[in-house]
Design a protein around this ligand. Structure first.
Ligand code: GRF
Length: 233
């Protein structure tokens, strides 16, 4: 069960007024989420399931993708959500793609944008439009093993624990302020299948962590100070 503390709204608004990097939760309505996906969309599904509870404090207003024909979009359509697709190859250049993506997301007036397995690097325009409000999930313990191969890079390095990181997106690749992390142990057997089973174990932890973090941001808001993300307790 998700619960807001009765007094927190006022406190959060006061913080917002005093601090330029404060993102208060909407005081009297669910937070609006736009979720971006590129693949199977199990993280999206976890969010779809979570928002079904009105106490969660958020609604998904649209799902966007950089490719069509993916399970993530099917999940969105099955849930009756608005969807849009912008493929890089349909644009003259990356900046045009980024502009179209920015405009589509902005059109849904999100409080938070969640990149849940979205396998494209966002451009400057997108990041400035939603600065401090883009939440990403990465399947490794950042700052170790950023980039598209976080699971296999961790395995290849020989670390004994890895996990997932939910963080805010900045202009770098997986470099933004960390909100929460979950730890997963690596076993010898994980080296036998190229990281498939390990990634599935990470995703189990990741889905739970993403749902928890997005819900807290939606209900309580957050502020950012020197790379630290503070969510009112
Ligand atoms: C997740 O592990 C995410 O961190 C990574 O890709 C996976 C996406 O899974 N970038 P899904 O599409 O949500 O099932």
């Amino acid at each position: 069960m998700y619960q807001r503390a009765g007094t927190r709204r006022t406190e959060t608004r006061a913080v917002a007024a005093a601090h330029p990097l404060a993102f208060p939760a909407p005081p009297d309505r669910p937070a609006r989420l736009v979720v971006l996906v590129s693949g199977s969309g199990t993280n999206l599904q976890a969010l779809i399931d979570a928002v079904a509870d009105p106490a969660y404090g958020a609604e998904i207003v649209a799902v966007g993708a950089d490719r069509s024909g993916i399970a993530g979009l099917e999940r969105a359509e099955k849930a009756g959500l608005a969807t849009f697709v912008h493929r890089v190859k349909d644009f003259a250049d990356r900046a045009d793609w980024d502009a179209a993506l920015t405009d589509s997301v902005a059109g849904h007036q999100p409080d938070l944008v969640v990149t849940a397995g979205f396998m494209k690097i966002l451009g400057d325009r997108f990041i400035s439009a939603f600065a401090g409000r883009i939440v990403n999930t990465h399947p490794a313990l950042l700052p170790a093993f950023p980039g598209a191969h976080g699971v296999t890079d961790a395995l290849a390095y020989g670390v004994k624990v890895t996990g997932c990181t939910v963080h805010l997106v900045d202009a770098g690749v997986d470099t933004g302020p960390i909100i929460a992390q979950g730890v997963v142990s690596i076993t010898d057997a994980d080296h036998a299948d190229g990281g498939e089973a390990l990634h599935e174990r990470i995703k189990t932890v990741e889905r739970q962590l993403l749902v928890e973090v997005v819900g807290r941001l939606a209900r309580e808001g957050h502020r950012i100070e020197d790379r630290k993300v503070w969510i009112p307790a």
